[in-house]
Design a protein around this ligand. Sequence first.
Ligand code: MTE
Ligand code: MO
Length: 313
Amino acid sequence: MSVYRPPEVAPSEITPEHIYLNRREWMQGAAAVAVASMLPSVEAAAPPKAALPTFYKSRFSTNEQKNSQAEITSYNNFYEFGTDKSDPAERAHTLKTEPWVVKVEGEVAKPRSFDIDSLLKFAPLEERIYRLRCVEGWSMVIPWVGLPLSALLKLVEPTSKGKFVEFTTLQALDQMPGQRTGSLDWPYVEGLRIDEAMHPLTILAVGLYGRPLPKQNGAPVRLVVPWKYGFKSIKSIVRIRLVEKQPVSSWTRANATEYGFYSNVNPEVDHPRWSQASERRIGEFFKRKTLMFNGYAEEVASLYKGMDLRANF
Ligand SMILES: Nc1nc2c(c(=O)[nH]1)N[C@H]1C(S)=C(S)[C@@H](COP(=O)(O)O)O[C@H]1N2
Ligand SMILES: [Mo]
């Protein structure tokens, strides 16, 4: 059985980045580079220079207005670099992303380690324009480039005991100044149920706006699970472990009454300290209503059939 998912777009539609990006987006990218070059301290805000291999356009993309490269790379949560939204863009340049190894292990028949080049080769890359809804009440629309996590998991052959997937971020106190503080329990850990991890919407992102991921967005590889609150989308992953028991995430460990394992976007279940009924799209003034499963209900609601989503928040 092949682990490669056949491309959903005809090869003739494969478009090099410089043609694919429309002029407005290209200008935004250029503006972001120009701004970054005027502010040498914000080194990490400049997109990495290396190019990604060709990627396909995914049928799972939203056609909503995208947030700009500048917005997506300057308003971040990455507590390893501090708790302010501006900290990651200012401080993530100390992260060393080369060499990088992702170990895939645990309840699998064929444990494997991948460097980023091999990650880029085992499945076709796709651009996925997804909404990201942060638990704090803001959202963005982000053009990721990535590959389905399911392709990687099939490759290592989970055993019948592999019921959950645990993800771990790099721990490197010399590179990640936030890890010298107690803002969270380090390293950052997240988890998914195996069916959530295998869902076609779940991707490992390696790029953004057609370029390798900027460090503040979780270079060189991060998870994106668009129907869950943003914190499930763990950045700068070094280990993916199949496990039998439900993993305890860093956020649940920090505050189990506020952050549950599922963390599905749900406008009907409030955070204990604030409503989740609406959100502010970065760049907009008026709030919008938050959609069930962040607007991906048609694709993912069946995963939770029969579950009490209030108890399993
Ligand atoms: N390792 C790690 N991953 C992380 C975080 C973090 O602090 N550390 N923050 C999360 C949160 S709260 C959000 S909203 C998203 C933000 O992703 P972005 O900055 O690329 O928009 O990353 C998530 N992944
Ligand atoms: Mo978040």
